[in-house]
Write a protein that binds this ligand. Structure first.
Ligand SMILES: *Cc1c(COP(=O)(O)O)cnc(C)c1O
Length: 223
């Protein structure tokens, strides 16, 4: 196994106070998560519902599970009882289903809007224009069992640091505008989730408040 505990300490040393670490444990066995947990890590990110469903009952109940992958509406029900933050909301339809399942479970589920700011084609999420249109349209306002707490985004997979800066800056612009226009009275709209193993230092310089780090902590994933 990788020196998971040492790696957690190194990443934590890199990130300023007030920034949180989501340890991305997808495709890693539960023993890796237990190592990180022993180091005090509590936030873990998973991207496949089936995998999360297998791991969650076997691990401590005070873990805060974040869902970071593409989420199909028909699978929301499986994670709704315990998920701490769904970072990957990319449609009003998904948001409504999360609201419905949260209500069934008598709770409020916190979510982030997933933004597509990468110049490469392959990334998922709403463009800033689409996300703004969704907020403007206003259907989300009547959903009383979800709380939109900010944004999540991924930069292009590239060596061009300027480009990565530019993409995160675009996400940050959206965050500021949305906050001013729609969430000025909601202090919980505060999460900027950007930065992965390859680009979290850049993300931090562009105002990230939550980095999602997998490989640097747990090593390469075996799919
Ligand atoms: C897998 C994944 C990560 C972690 O990526 P690493 O490069 O391993 O740090 C972060 N965010 C999302 C959305 C992911 O799917």
């Amino acid at each position: 196994m990788y020196d998971v505990r040492g790696n957690i300490r190194k990443v934590l040393a890199d990130i300023p106070e007030g920034v949180s670490l989501c340890a991305v444990s997808k495709y890693h066995p539960k023993e890796y998560i237990e190592e990180a947990y022993a180091e005090g890590q509590r936030i873990f990110g998973e991207s496949v519902v089936q995998e999360l469903r297998q791991k969650q009952p076997l691990l401590p109940s005070d873990i805060e599970w974040h869902f970071i992958g593409h989420l199909q509406t028909n699978k929301v029900k499986y994670i709704a009882p315990y998920i701490s933050l769904i970072q990957s909301v990319d449609s009003i339809r998904l948001l409504k289903e999360i609201d419905r399942q949260a209500e069934k479970n008598n709770r409020t589920i916190r979510v982030l809007l997933e933004l597509h700011v990468a110049e490469e084609e392959t990334k998922s999420g709403l463009t800033p224009d689409e996300a703004m249109a969704m907020l403007e349209e206003g259907e989300w306002r009547v959903l009383s069992h979800v709380e939109i707490c900010g944004i999540m985004t991924m930069a292009s997979y590239t060596d061009d640091e300027e480009q990565i800066h530019r993409e995160f800056a675009r996400a940050h612009d959206f965050f500021e505008q949305a906050k001013k226009k729609y969430f000025a009275t909601q202090p919980s709209f505060s999460i900027r989730s950007y930065g992965m193993s390859g680009d979290y230092p850049i993300a931090l310089s562009e105002g990230s408040s939550l980095v999602r780090v997998g490989t640097t902590i747990f090593g390469p994933r075996v799919y």
